[in-house]
Design a protein around this ligand. Structure first.
Ligand SMILES: [Fe+2]
Length: 297
């Protein structure tokens, strides 16, 4: 029997009484789909999926993205990306080391952003390694009317490269990261995304921007856009945590969230020899949410 229990007052539900090994029946699929729309973040306990089984489960939500950095995928399947701080004896990283260290919605920097992200907890550190989630629908609803009016109908400029973003820093723990981001600054275009996103299924409005990927507002000078972005980001990073749920992983947690109305970040707080390893699959968006490629900046 599937049991769905709210995990915080803000967002998120714990799912128990379910095994995702094998075929997921239609009743279970619709139950999970409704739960994700209702709670934005699902924590499915006691799953220990192999990379192949994780792909099988992930496919019930839609078409999967292929990770852009293929060298950090599992040997079983290139659809599963490894997030890990483990470093091999030759100095190379086993997976992405500093993934998600600033608030963001996955892949808002590409034309069709990620829809759902799924993390299988493989190895938890003794301390740290939590993921924080921010309810972007609640953030939008909390905005004062004048700020809502300033952003309505406007588009944020999103870029993947950290060297283009004055609000973030590059982790010194990730081998080759500076070269990686400098290359991306040259090779990848910026895209624009609506600052207010209407969820295609629930029709609820959410704020859709992030300190990690949003570097400007289309049609505004830096002087004009910065105070607006700073005000929006202050809500997302609100220290009172009024919009946040912080997830502390238990062994074999499978966690998924809806990037269309949720921002998240990896909190960190662990270090070698303590290892954190997650396996990530990502369900692609099914259509652009009105995104367009921005002219080079
Ligand atoms: Fe992420």
């Amino acid at each position: 029997m599937i049991k769905i229990t709210p995990i915080s007052k803000v967002m998120g539900a714990e799912i128990t009484g379910i095994s995702l090994v094998g075929t997921t029946d239609e009743d279970t699929k619709s139950c999970l789909r409704k739960a994700l729309l209702d709670y934005q973040v699902l924590v499915i306990r006691e799953q220990n999926l192999t990379p192949e089984l994780q792909v099988n489960f992930s496919c019930i939500w839609g078409k999967l993205e292929t990770p852009s950095n293929i060298k950090y995928t599992t040997k079983e399947t290139s659809k599963v990306m490894i997030l890990s701080n483990e470093i091999r004896p030759d100095g190379s990283a086993v997976g992405v080391v500093d993934g998600g260290d600033f608030w963001h919605s996955d892949s808002s920097h590409i034309e069709v952003p990620s829809m759902i992200t799924i993390l299988q907890s493989v190895q938890n550190p003794k301390r740290g390694g939590d993921t924080e989630f921010c309810n972007m629908t609640a953030v939008y609803e909390s905005l004062p009317n004048d700020l809502k009016m300033k952003i309505e109908g406007h588009y944020g400029i999103h870029h993947v490269s950290k060297v283009k973003n004055k609000r973030v820093t590059i982790s010194p723990d990730r081998p080759g990261a500076k070269d990686f981001y400098e290359n991306q600054a040259k090779m990848r275009p910026a895209v624009i995304q609506p600052l207010v996103l209407t969820h295609p299924e629930t029709r609820q409005k959410s704020l859709y921007c992030s300190p990690r990927f949003t570097i400007g507002i289309q049609g505004m000078s830096e002087e004009e856009a910065d105070p607006i972005l700073d005000a929006l980001f202050a809500r997302i990073t609100d220290r009172n945590r009024s919009f946040h749920y912080r997830h502390k992983y238990k062994e074999n947690d499978l966690v998924l969230w809806d990037n269309r109305c949720v921002c998240h970040r990896a909190v960190g707080g662990y270090g070698l020899p303590d290892i954190r390893r997650m396996h990530r699959t990502v369900v692609a968006g099914i259509s652009a949410y009105t995104t367009r490629i921005h002219s080079p900046i």
